[in-house]
Ligand binder design. Structure first.
Ligand SMILES: Nc1ncnc2c1ncn2[C@@H]1O[C@H](COP(=O)(O)OP(=O)(O)OP(=O)(O)O)[C@@H](O)[C@H]1O
Length: 261
């Protein structure tokens, strides 16, 4: 049976500061797993370890039981896609072209060459275009296909970034703070969308959601891992986590600290 992504006893130190301490977790195929925790808990560091931006000093990662040493530029080949905080869209390309870049690695010659003004393969480009339009349609933003990203509201740009990540047809999608900058209605829409990702008929994928927005995590995750000061203080289904005193303490403690500060 496929095991998906697993982190085994991961430790990261920055000088004298322990950012992650003995962190283990699993993202099984076709599940949504959330990582939450107060500011400074280690969420971004964990995300960066999985993307290959930060190399852990201790522990190991595996993908379907095989050793994984992630490198940012090799993630797509492993079936992993990510969105980052902010949208990172190319301002000079339309929405559709942005989404097509997410799948450019599957083209033999066309799209990237076309952007560079080189001879393109029409068949590749047509296929990428159709696939990108389908994804935009799935995400309810096909009307904006020809728009420049800078002209669109932030919530739509967030969806375009998600569409670009999905264009790589990942089996694992990593989302870093996708609710950042969104209002209540947009977060509800995002929750609905993320919940569907493992259940899609075409290209279903597992999701690892790193987010400090508790409502979103509670609404979409099958399993939640709570970090505090770099350690896992709780793991379980949303209902278990909601009632866990250690989690409440960590969040309340953080709130009190920031009030005092
Ligand atoms: N490159 C770095 N060098 C030194 N310290 C770092 C570095 N990156 C993170 N840290 C520290 O590691 C700890 C964990 O930070 P991290 O950003 O992973 O937490 P977080 O849970 O993502 O916080 P937030 O919700 O505020 O983004 C913090 O104390 C942070 O200051």
């Amino acid at each position: 049976m496929e095991r998906g992504l697993e982190l085994h006893h991961i430790g990261v130190r920055f000088g004298g500061l322990t950012a992650l301490d003995d962190v283990s977790l699993q993202v099984p195929p076709n599940q949504v797993v959330g990582v939450i925790g107060p500011n400074g808990a280690g969420k971004t560091t964990l995300f960066n370890v999985i993307c290959g931006f930060v190399a852990p000093q201790t522990g190991a990662l595996t993908l379907d039981g095989r050793p994984l040493r992630p490198r940012p530029h090799q993630l797509t080949r492993l079936g992993i896609a990510r969105t980052l905080q902010g949208t990172g869209l190319f301002a000079g390309l339309t929405v559709l072209e942005n989404v097509m870049t997410g799948a450019a690695h599957t083209a033999h010659a066309g799209f990237v060459s076309a952007l560079l003004g080189l001879p393109a393969s029409d068949r590749d480009e047509r296929r990428l275009r159709r696939q990108a339009l389908d994804i935009l349609d799935d995400l309810g933003i096909a009307d904006h296909a020809e728009a420049a990203p800078t002209t669109l509201p932030f919530a739509v740009r967030q969806r375009v970034a998600l569409a670009r990540a999905l264009a790589a047809r990942p089996r694992l999608l990593l989302l870093d703070e996708p609710a950042g900058g969104l209002g209540g209605d947009d977060i509800a829409g995002l929750a609905e969308l993320v919940r569907q990702l493992p259940r899609r008929d075409t290209d279903p994928c597992a999701v690892l959601l790193v987010e400090h927005h508790m409502d979103l995590v509670m609404a979409v995750c099958d399993d939640i891992v709570v970090l505090d000061f770099g350690r896992v203080i709780a793991t379980g289904a949303p209902d278990t986590i909601r009632d866990d005193p250690a989690v409440t303490d960590a969040y309340l403690g953080a709130a009190v600290d920031s009030d005092v500060a």
